[in-house]
Write a protein of this length. Structure first.
Length: 128
């Protein structure tokens, strides 16, 4: 047997948002929660870094400049990467929100997100 079968990696909260303040705020929250964090300013950078055995959750802005949150979600699904996605948005439309949730989004928050709600959602997503 392989040692990896016995060791599950620590969960990582991957945040995709072009706004460095949003990434920094969520990083601070992850530090308090004792969770590993990785931040990306673009969807392409995130998708280049993600691995199929990634454990944790993804917190992403719906409107990332290069590859939007829905495209990130579709790419992960197409590659069989089953990670809970928590969407953040400052400009939600009902059709986009419905599309994200129907495709399996774990949660969708409108910015600014109350920290306790985001904390609870990240914790639930990781426990999933």
């Amino acid at each position: 047997m392989n040692w990896k079968e016995f060791c599950r990696p620590d969960p990582v909260v991957s945040v995709v948002d072009e706004d460095c303040q949003v990434r920094r705020t969520i990083q601070q929250l992850c530090n308090i929660m004792n969770l590993d964090f990785e931040g990306f300013a673009s969807g392409a950078a995130f998708l280049d870094a993600i691995e199929s055995d990634h454990v944790g959750c993804v917190v992403t802005e719906l409107k990332v400049p290069d590859i939007n949150g829905i495209q990130i979600q579709e790419t992960l699904i197409a590659h069989g990467i089953n990670l809970p996605l928590i969407f953040l948005t400052a400009h939600a439309t009902v059709p986009i929100a419905v599309r994200a949730l129907r495709a399996g989004a774990f949660h969708l928050f409108e910015k600014p997100v109350p920290q306790q709600e985001l904390w609870n959602s990240i914790q639930e997503a990781i426990e999933r």
